[in-house]
Ligand binder design. Structure first.
Ligand code: ZN
Length: 140
């Protein structure tokens, strides 16, 4: 269960960024292979944000697909996802198979993390600096 510490860190970041103003919307990217469950984040957020300037803010989750990149030729390979196989298993198979073009080694380049994209403070959209999102990468 990683969601509570993540949600607390997210809330701290959002409040720092909002600069004392009321937060109306928080937009988050959720990797297809992220260890974070959006519904749980939503529940913890409602609880943790009570009495803060982020209370009542809408959480918007944007799904980010898993992306694999060949370390040899740079081809981007999407693992075959089906309902019959858990995503992590499909990912493992794709990694074991290697690049579909040159059979080179693949590395995961997207779809793992849980990142703050931006937040709306009143009518003002504030983008998260990219380095902040590093804090939200779950262990795999
Ligand atoms: Zn390749």
């Amino acid at each position: 269960m990683h969601e509570e510490p993540y949600t607390q860190a997210l809330l701290d970041m959002v409040l720092a960024k909002a600069d004392g103003k009321a937060v109306t919307e928080i937009r988050l990217a959720v990797g297809q292979c992220s260890a974070i469950v959006p519904a749980a984040v939503e529940i913890f957020f409602r609880h943790l944000s009570e009495g803060t300037r982020a209370q009542g803010a809408a959480l918007v989750f944007e799904a980010r697909p898993v992306e694999l990149t060949c370390t040899v030729c740079g081809t981007i390979v999407a693992p075959e996802i089906s309902a019959a196989m858990p995503i992590r298993q499909a990912l493992g198979l794709a990694l074991a198979r290697g690049c579909t073009h040159c059979e080179g080694k693949l590395k995961i380049t997207g779809g793992l993390g849980f990142d703050l994209i931006n937040l709306t403070v009143g009518d003002d959209i504030r983008h998260a600096p990219p380095h902040l999102s590093d804090r939200f990468h779950g262990e795999t």
